[in-house]
Structure formats: C-alpha cells, structure tokens
Design a protein around this ligand. Structure first.
Ligand SMILES: Nc1ncnc2c1ncn2[C@@H]1O[C@H](COP(=O)(O)OP(=O)(O)OP(=O)(O)O)[C@@H](O)[C@H]1O
Length: 878
C-alpha cells in the first residue's frame, strides 16, 4: 500500500508536474501570442497614423490648389470685368471724379455709379446703361440719390458734344434745388426747369417729341436714333433727359399713361428719364439703383452683388463743365464742312430745266436743296450784317459750280458792300485761279452804282438775244430752246447782287432805271434762264422794292438768315428764332408752311474754298478765260485797256478816236470821242482837280498818237499851270514828233500859228492836236482869247482840235465869249468836280445832267453821239 501510495504520490506528482509544464507552455505561448498581437497592433496604429497624415497632407495640397485656381479665376474674371467696364464706359463715362473731364464720345456709353463689391481687390466699376439704352430709377434715401443723379447727369453731359444733350428738371419738392448745381446750363438752353404744375405738360411734350422723331426722323427707315447714328454717323436730334425728382405722391392716371409710354418708347428716340421717388415697375430698359451708404447699395443689372456708390461729383468739376458746355452751346455748333455740299462727280448735271443744289442739312440731317427754275425763278436773301449772308452765297455758288459745268451755268457777281468778298473768284496777285463759271465780278462798287445799271442793261440785252433766238426757233423757254439748238451755248445765268439796296437807294435816275430794268428782267428772265439773286442786310428799308409788288412777287425764293426782317410772310417768324449759321429757305414767297430750316456749311474759309476753286479751275474748258474784274478801288491802266491796245496807225486818214477813261461797264471799254473834221470836235476837261484832268489829257494824247505813223500828226502842249507842268512834260516825252511843249512865255507863238492855220485856205496836211493845261489862265489878253476862240470854232474843220482843261465851267464860258455866247465849239466834255447844274449850258435839251462829283470819277458827254452822259474812270499811272 505504501508503495502504491507513494506510487500514487509519484504519479500525482508527475501528473502535476506535467500539468504545470503544460500550463507554463501554454502561458508562454499565450504571452508570445500577446506580444505578437501587441506588436501587430502597434504596426497597425502607426500605419493608420501615417495614412491619416498623408490624407491630411493630400487634402491640404488639394485645397491649396483649389484655392489658387479660385483666386486666379476670380482675378481673371475681375480683370475682364474691369476691362469690359472700361470699354463700356470710356473717358467721362467711367473716369473717377478726381481725374474727370468731359470727353465727348462717338456713341453713347454706360455710366459709372460706383464699384461692385467683389471678394477680390481688383476694382470693378458698377455701370448702368442709360443714353440710347433706357431709363434709370433711383430709390433709397434722397440725399444719396441726389448724388447719384448728379453723377449720372454730369457723366452723360460729359460724354455728349455740347448741345447734343438737353436736360429738363422737374423738382416740385425742392423747386429745382436738386439740380441747382447745373444751373449755369439754363441760360444756354441746355437745362430747363419745369414748375410744380408742369409735369403733365412736360410728359406730353416728350411724348410728342418721340412721335415726331419716329415719324419724321426715323421715318420707318431706322428703329432708333442709335441705329440712325451708327448708319449715317450723324445724330440729328439731341438726347433729351428728363429728371423727375418726386417728393411723394402718386401720379394721376393720364400722367401715368404718358410716363409708361415714355418708359416703353422714349429710349429709341433719345428721350430718357431719370426718376427719383416714384414707384416704377420693373421692365425692359429700366435700371434700378438702390442708393444707400456703405456696402448696402445695389443696381439691378448686378443682381445680388453689393455695390459701393461713388460720392457725388465735386462742385468745382460740375461748375467748370457746365460753364464750358454753356459757352460752347452759346457759341453755336461747329461749322459743317463745305465738302458736304459737293457731289460725287463734278459737272454731271444739266441746267436745261433749272439749277438745283443743296444748301446744307436740315435739323433732321436731311440735305435741303434749292432750285432756281421757271418757278421759283429769283431769290431774295436777307440777314443782318454778320449773320452769314455772304457765306451762304459762297456755299450756294460752290454747290452749283460743282454740279453744273461752265457751259451750263454762268455767274455775274456784284458786291455793293465795301470790301472784296467776290474778288476771290477772279485771279489775284497771290492766286492765279478763278472760278470758271464767273464771267464778271464787281467789287467796291458802292459808289459806282452805274456799274449795277450796266450789269442790268447787259442782262437785259442777253434776255433779248435769248428771246429772239427762242422766237426764231418758235419756242418759249430755255429748255425748249436748248432742245432745238443742242449745239448752242445757253448756260443759265445767275446774277448775284449783294447789298443791292445800295443800287436802289434814293430817288435818283439810277434807282429809277435800275428798278425798271430789274422788273423787266425778273418778269421775263424766268423763262430765258436768267436768274437774279438779290441779297441785303435789311430788305425792309428798300422802298423801291416794296412799292412794286409785281417785282417782289417774282422773287418767290426767299432765304432768311437769323433775325432777317420782312423777307418772309408777315406772320412767318421763323427767322427770329434761328440758331447761328442757319437759314430759313422758303420757295413760296415766305409762306409759313413752306419753311425749311437749313444749317449752312462754312464756305467763307479761304483754304477750303480754294481747294474747290482750284479743282474746278483745273477742269475748266479750254479757252475759258478769267472773268472781268471791276474793282472800284483800283485805278485802271491805259495799257490794260483792250480799246487802247487795238489802236494802230490806219490807212487813209480816218477820223481819230480819242480815248478818255474807262467806262463803268460789264465789258472793259474805254470812253471815246471821235475827232472828225467837223465843227465842235474839241474837248473840254472841266474842274479843279489837276491830277485827274492831266490823266484825261494824257489818255487823249496817247490814244491819238497811237493812231498815226511817224510824222502823221502834230502835238502841241501848252501848260499854264505850275502844278500840271510835270504831267505835261511826261506826256510830251511820250508823244511822237512833231511836238512842242509851250508855256505862258511862248503861248502867243502857238496861238498865232494855230489861229492862222485854222483860218487858212490851203488844206491841212496832218492833224494838229493842241492840249492846253489850265486854258483859263491864258496870257495875252483879248488878242490871245480871240485867237483861241478862232481855233476852237474853225480849227476842227481844218483838223486842228483843242483838248483843253478849264478849271471851271464858268471859266470855259468866259473863254467862249461870256454868258451869252454859244457853246457849240465844245462838242465833247469831261467834267470832274463840277456840279451837274453848272453843266447845263453844255448839255442840250432841258435840265442839267445828274452829277455829284466824286474822287477819280468824271462825267463824259459827246453831243454828237450821246443821249445822256456816261461816268468814266480816268486811267491811272500809264
Ligand atoms: N455757316 C457758317 N459756318 C461757320 N461760320 C460761318 C458761317 N456763316 C458765316 N460764318 C462766319 O461768320 C462771319 C460772318 O459771315 P458773313 O461774312 O457771311 O456774314 P454777312 O452776313 O455777309 O456779314 P456782312 O454783311 O457784314 O459781310 C464770317 O466770319 C464767317 O466765316
């Protein structure tokens, strides 16, 4: 048992030890597993941490990337928006106030009111469309709103040319106070205020304007002024901005209706509203600005983006701009160029039925043409001095001359004003060109009214020539005559007489004859293509005209410049309110319904005119010579006289022709007296003016000498006046032999010889011309006087002619034998400063010639050929 017990104990011990060993093994295994698990866990945790870090880093990097992209996009977007805004609102439309000035633009721009508040530093302006686009409604508090309105108005004014935008203000609450800073514009008519009760009238007026513009300006051709301006590059109507600053209250129903019409249709016609304080429903073309301080303002076109509004414009900038605009408007529009009147191609028109040319543009931008034809045949132009009458004539002439060739149109021009305005059409010292259509230019003729008469007589003769030709061809007017005689030269004639009242002034013979001639020309010229254009500063004072209603009625084309009186019908006051450089053209004798307003281009500018004249001159037909220029201020020269140049020694012994001076005539012509072998063929020059008397004698002597071969005539000069001596000596030097210069000392030789010759019985072998200077100072008492009388009476039949200068009409009478003596030894005379009444003894028939002496003019009469006297101009320096 013991053994077994021990055995048992041993067994148990062995079992226990075995179990212990197994347990220890199990523990060790478990511990190892634990450690492995812990290690694994650590690895997993580390990996997780590393991964999270990586993810966070990746996220960060991506976020950065997105941020950067976002920033870049935003910057590009803001930059583009700012660039677009600059383009949409250039210059005065968008510049900040501290650097602002007016910059008129070619087309309407959007206007800056502030800046958009973007989460980006780039500044993007907040713009609102206005001119040519729509209307603006300003909401919010009045103070901020006023600044917005002022800013908008100044920008709109600054982007338009002066006068191209007008403002009407309605501000019943503050009686215009809201617009007071623009008040300087009011006197120039750029700003108008409407009183508290005037809203309905204002809205009606604006609606009427829109209707008128639609009907007459857009006229179905364009849908808006913007479109018209883009197509034609002209803007015939201003923008009309109405600012309605309402305090409170509602509009009445009719006003509401008109307002809605304007909101719908105004912008196309350039009528735009800025409304403050009036509820307006949203609609197309209406921009709403919610005015508020800081970042709380909005504009409807920017959606929910907040806007920071600019402050109002500085008062100094407003004042300076308004002053500039007012001055520019008061000074009138910039001139239109003459080129606008010229056709594409020169000289393409036929004048067979009339002459049509534009004079300028109407306020609607349409060319206004005028026609001279059978009806209306003649034109009257009136305008006070400086209103552009001469300029209008130039413009008209330029437009005509470019359309009709010199074969179709001829001008005769006469200017009674002091000055040389028409001289530019003739060759001058600096410019050798001339206007090829011009056949005659008369300048400085204000004291030579006879020149006006001469022109009218000339035209009268041309009228007769045309009427005769028409009769021969059995036709009645120019168009038919031209058809019958296609190779003939039948240009339409346009005679322009500026300041024509000078010709008709007074009640003298010149005026009477001029009116008679005018009446005939006006009545019959219409069908023969002779047209008269008479211009005057003031036609109302021309008695001669208004006393002849039949004459005036022929001038059915009337052109009135600003403030012209009486030229239109009595109730037609259109000329009173004309702006500068505009004219009323009326082809129906001034009846109001026929008024057409025209803005006349500047044609006075010499350079512009010359460009046209040179073009026409270079194209002139071969052989088309320069016009005759008559300048009353210039002394003609004998060597320029065609009559003098034609003189030459003749075969046989025809009666010599004595030239005396230039006649006042359409053609350059010399006054002449023929020294036939007949009683009375002597010349007396009468008056005290030494230089002029000597000039007449010199002309007589030189012209006579030109007709004889050497030794063909004898010239004796007897000078009895100290002052005349140099003139006599000069003439003597130029005369051919045989000749002699005598003085008081040897006068008796000459007189004795000549008296003997005059009474001799043998035939005279050659003429003897005795020129006596101051014949009234003849020495030698009665015997000498008798000898002179003998020569005067009997000389001419024996070819001895006295050309004597007496210093008074009475002194000549004494030389002839006293008051009772006959005056017929003096068959021709030239009177200088001698009054008409003193000339009656030498003037056959009743009465005395009408003669009021004037410097360097003389009156010529030759009883053998003249019915009346003629005014002549002594030739100046030979
Ligand atoms: N349409 C125009 N555009 C620009 N300037 C003009 C125009 N018409 C006239 N002028 C200018 O006005 C001034 C006066 O014009 P113009 O000489 O034609 O007037 P007028 O009525 O003939 O005056 P006057 O009888 O005193 O000569 C000139 O300097 C001329 O250049």
């Amino acid at each position: 048992m013991a053994e077994s017990t021990a055995q048992q104990v041993m067994d148990i011990r062995a079992a226990l030890s075995h179990a212990l060993g197994a347990a220890a093994n199990a523990l060790a295994g478990a511990q190892a597993a634990h450690e492995a698990a812990a290690e694994r866990r650590e690895r997993v945790v580390a990996a997780a941490i590393a991964r999270r870090k990586k993810v966070a880093e990746t996220l960060d990097a991506r976020l950065h990337e997105i941020d950067d992209q976002h920033r870049r996009d935003l910057s590009a977007f803001a930059g583009a928006a700012a660039g677009a805004a600059d383009r949409a609102a250039p210059g005065a439309a968008g510049d900040p106030w501290d650097d602002w000035q007016p910059t008129p633009l070619d087309k309407a721009a959007e206007l800056r009111v502030g800046r958009l508040l973007l989460p980006h530093p780039e500044e993007v302006p907040a713009l609102v469309p206005f001119l040519d686009r729509g209307h603006i409604v300003v909401r919010g508090d009045r103070r901020n709103g006023d600044e917005v309105v002022a800013g908008l108005l100044l920008r709109a004014l600054g982007t338009a040319a002066p006068g191209a935008l007008t403002i009407t203000g309605y501000d019943p609450e503050h009686l215009g106070g809201g617009l007071a800073r623009f008040a300087t514009l009011a006197p120039a008519g750029v700003l108008k205020f409407v009183g508290p009760g005037g809203l309905a009238v204002l809205l009606n007026e604006l609606v009427d304007e829109v209707r008128r513009i639609n009907e007459t300006v857009l006229a179905g051709e364009y849908t808006s002024l913007r479109e018209l301006a883009a197509a034609t590059h002209r803007r015939p109507e201003p923008w009309r901005v109405a600012v309605l600053l309402m305090g409170s209250g509602e509009l009445g129903r009719p006003e509401q209706t008109q307002l809605q019409r304007l909101l719908r249709t105004g912008a196309a016609a350039g009528v735009h509203l800025i409304i403050q304080g009036l509820p307006v429903e949203a609609g197309p073309g209406i921009e709403f600005i919610s005015a508020a301080d800081g970042d709380r303002a909005h504009i409807s076109s920017a959606g929910a983006l907040p806007v920071r509004l600019d402050g109002g414009p500085p008062q100094a900038v407003v004042a300076a701009t308004c002053r500039r605009i007012a001055e520019a408007v008061a000074a009138g529009p910039a001139p239109v160029a003459l080129d606008s009147l010229l056709p594409q191609q020169l000289w393409k028109e036929s004048s067979a039925t009339g002459l049509t040319a534009p004079l300028g543009d109407s306020p609607q931008g349409v060319p206004v043409t005028v026609t001279l034809s059978d009806y209306p045949p003649h034109a009257l132009i009136a305008g006070p001095s400086g209103t552009g009458k001469t300029n209008l004539i130039y413009a008209w002439m330029g437009a005509l001359a470019a359309r009709y060739s010199p074969g179709e149109l001829a001008f005769y021009l006469l200017d009674f004003k002091e000055g040389v305005s028409f001289a530019r059409f003739a060759p001058g010292r600096r410019d050798p060109s001339w206007l090829p259509h011009v056949r005659l230019v008369g300048v400085n003729v204000n004291t030579d009214r006879e020149f006006g008469l001469a022109l009218l007589r000339f035209l009268g003769e041309e009228l007769r020539r045309r009427a005769d030709a028409a009769k021969r061809s059995e036709v009645t007017n120019l168009a038919e005559l031209r058809a019958e005689d296609p190779d003939g030269s039948w240009p339409r004639i346009v005679a322009v007489v500026d300041e024509f009242q000078v010709l008709l002034a007074g009640r003298d013979a010149v005026a009477t004859e001029a009116v008679d001639l005018l009446e005939d020309l006006a009545r019959r010229g219409r069908s023969q293509g002779i047209h008269l254009i008479l211009a005057s500063q003031d036609v109302s004072g021309i008695e001669a005209l208004w006393g002849r209603p039949a004459l005036v009625a022929q001038f059915s084309l009337r052109i009135a410049l600003p403030r012209a009186r009486r030229i239109l019908a009595e109730t037609n006051t259109a000329a009173e309110s004309l702006p500068r450089y505009h004219a009323v053209v009326n082809a129906d004798s001034g009846a109001t319904e026929a008024n057409k307003i025209v803005r006349v281009p500047a044609a006075g500018d010499r350079d512009r005119w010359n460009a046209l004249q040179h073009r026409l001159w270079r194209s002139r037909p071969e052989g088309q010579g320069p016009p005759r220029l008559f300048d009353g201020d210039v002394r003609p020269r004998l060597i320029d006289s065609p009559d003098f140049r034609r003189l030459a020694p003749a075969e046989g012994s025809p009666a010599p022709v004595m030239l005396l001076g230039e006649t006042i005539d359409v053609q350059a012509r010399s006054a002449r007296t023929v020294l036939r072998r007949a009683p009375g063929r002597n010349l007396a020059v009468l008056g005290t003016r030494t230089e002029e008397a000597c000039a007449v004698l010199a002309t007589a002597g030189l012209s006579l000498a030109a007709q004889f071969p050497p030794d063909g005539a004898r010239f004796s000069l007897l000078c009895l006046d100290q002052d005349a001596r140099p003139y006599a000596a000069d003439l003597e030097a130029e005369l051919p032999e045989p000749k002699g210069l005598f003085s008081a000392e040897n006068a008796d030789w000459l007189l004795e010889d000549a008296a003997a010759e005059a009474t001799a019985s043998w035939p005279a072998d050659r003429p003897h011309f005795i020129l006596i200077y101051a014949a009234d100072a003849l020495p030698g008492g009665k015997p000498a006087a008798d000898q002179l009388r003998t020569i005067l009476r009997q000389g001419p039949e024996r070819r001895i002619h006295v050309l004597g200068w007496w210093r008074g009409a009475g002194l000549l009478r004494d030389a002839l034998g006293g008051p009772a003596s006959r005056t017929d030894p003096i068959g021709a005379w030239v009177a200088l400063d001698v009054h008409g009444s003193e000339l009656s003894p030498y003037y056959p028939g009743a009465g005395a010639p009408a003669w009021y002496p004037r410097p360097w003019r003389a009156l010529h009469f030759d009883r053998s050929v003249h019915r009346g006297t003629e005014v002549i101009i002594p030739y100046g320096h030979q």
